[in-house]
Design a protein around this ligand. Structure first.
Ligand SMILES: C[S@@+](CC[C@H](N)C(=O)[O-])C[C@H]1O[C@@H](n2cnc3c(N)ncnc32)[C@H](O)[C@@H]1O
Length: 399
């Protein structure tokens, strides 16, 4: 590339960044251009830094999660005044962490837009302030630093010890906790009501992300046809998906089930018709004759043996024509969807492996799963939900 192009490209980018409103996308063309640019950024970076440097940075990338984990664990964000500064000395006193470790860690965090230094003191950036202002985002950061980051670091050891394991206890997570092969993530989280609440919030935050919005589930399925029917949200966490469905279709009765105690997961959603129930989805489904049993982000937690067990446990409750509706992601063929979306779903697949011995699935794997569980399940369809990265996968009980 000629030096001119670099100079003009840098000037154009600088100019655009100086006027952030110029990067807002409203027309369809602009929206597409925005997504194209996001996909081009890593390619541009690789082209500018070169392959050697690119690989070097890739091997280094986990190191930049460390200050995020530290900020989360030490509760730094809430100690920094919203519109002022705090000294390292005061932060050290409040967190119980030495001043020198704090300074090193926070200066590292500052390279990722978290906090900045003003007159030698620590102040918030708009990004770090979100950790205080958005407790759902804070819960997401907590889950990913305290569960996923730890598990990923031990996954190679787990794979060596238990190659191809389908057991949710044989994971990087159980090794990270010093209980190899003994503890599954959900067993651990269920012990602690605070972490249970945080997990629900983290999932709710995840589902507010671009392409994961629960509106696609509400708008992408003909709930209205069920009239005054009953819908069971299996593994529904704090019920935010049910709440969205219930608000849009007030005639429906929603039942949220989760392994965790009702008092730990229950949230009051005014104007909704929701019942709460503690239920282990590996045991027979207690709600008989519902119209739809839906599982959102549940099956990717499980390998196929566990997933078929879950589908079989529903059978005693199913009336003829009842539907199983799965709202999950689909693994694409390599290179067939946008880079950013493919990277996100493959990243999630890696988290499932590291934390739970679970996995994301392709369309044919979903079809096979129903076949394997019981021949009376008729696979109906798998299609992307509208404007979403999530899919709707549906089967009918014909027994
Ligand atoms: C990944 S979260 C999905 C939550 C929610 N459906 C969503 O869309 O965000 C999986 C949920 O399954 C619950 N769960 C795990 N094991 C379970 C079991 N054996 N029986 C019932 N629920 C379980 C977890 O507590 C968690 O709330």
């Amino acid at each position: 590339m000629a030096a001119n192009s670099l100079v003009s490209l840098a000037a154009a980018v600088r100019e655009a960044l100086a006027k952030p409103q110029s990067l807002a996308a409203s027309s369809e063309e602009e929206k597409k251009a925005r997504l194209d640019l996001i996909d081009l950024l890593p390619e541009l970076n690789a082209a500018l830094v070169g392959d050697v440097e690119f690989l070097r940075e890739l091997a280094w990338s986990a190191v930049h999660v460390l200050p995020v984990a530290a900020v989360n664990r030490w509760g730094v964000a809430k100690l920094v005044p919203a519109d002022g500064e705090i000294s390292y000395e005061e932060l050290a006193k409040a967190t119980g962490v030495s001043e020198s470790i704090l300074r090193r860690t926070l200066r590292h965090a500052m390279t990722s837009r978290l906090f900045y230094e003003k007159d030698g003191k620590v102040a918030h950036t708009p990004t770090s302030k979100l950790l205080v202002e958005n407790e759902y985002l804070a819960a997401f950061v907590d889950l990913h630093t305290e569960v996923a980051f730890k598990s990923l670091a031990h996954t190679m050891d787990a794979l060596k010890q238990w190659p191809d394991s389908t057991n949710p206890r044989e994971t990087g997570y159980s090794i990270a906790l010093g209980k190899p092969g003994e503890l599954a993530v959900y067993e651990d989280l269920a012990k602690d009501p605070v972490r249970t609440v945080n997990f629900g919030r983290a999932m709710q935050f995840f589902s507010s992300g671009e392409g994961y919005e629960v509106t696609s589930l509400v708008e992408g399925y003909p709930w209205g046809k069920l009239g005054k029917g009953t819908v069971v949200d299996v593994g529904g966490a704090n019920g935010f998906a049910s709440a969205a469905i219930s608000k849009a279709f007030p005639d429906l009765k929603l039942i949220v089930q989760d392994i965790r105690m009702v008092e730990d997961i229950k949230v009051d959603y005014p104007g909704t018709n929701i019942e709460w129930m503690q239920h282990d989805y590996f045991t027979p489904q207690p709600v008989h004759e519902a119209d739809v049993y839906f599982y959102r982000f549940v099956f990717h937690n499980q390998y196929d043996d566990k997933a078929t067990e879950t589908l079989r446990a529903a059978i005693p409750a199913l009336k003829k024509g009842a539907r199983i509706l799965i709202n999950d992601e689909i693994l694409p063929e390599p290179g067939k969807i946008r880079w950013r979306n493919e990277r996100a779903v493959r990243g999630l697949d890696a988290i499932m492996l590291a934390c739970m011995s679970g996995h994301e699935r392709g369309v044919s794997e979903w079809e096979q799963l129903f076949k394997k569980a019981d021949s009376r399940y008729k696979f109906l369809s798998a299609a992307p939900a509208p404007n979403s990265k999530m899919w709707l996968i549906e089967a009918e009980w014909t027994g």
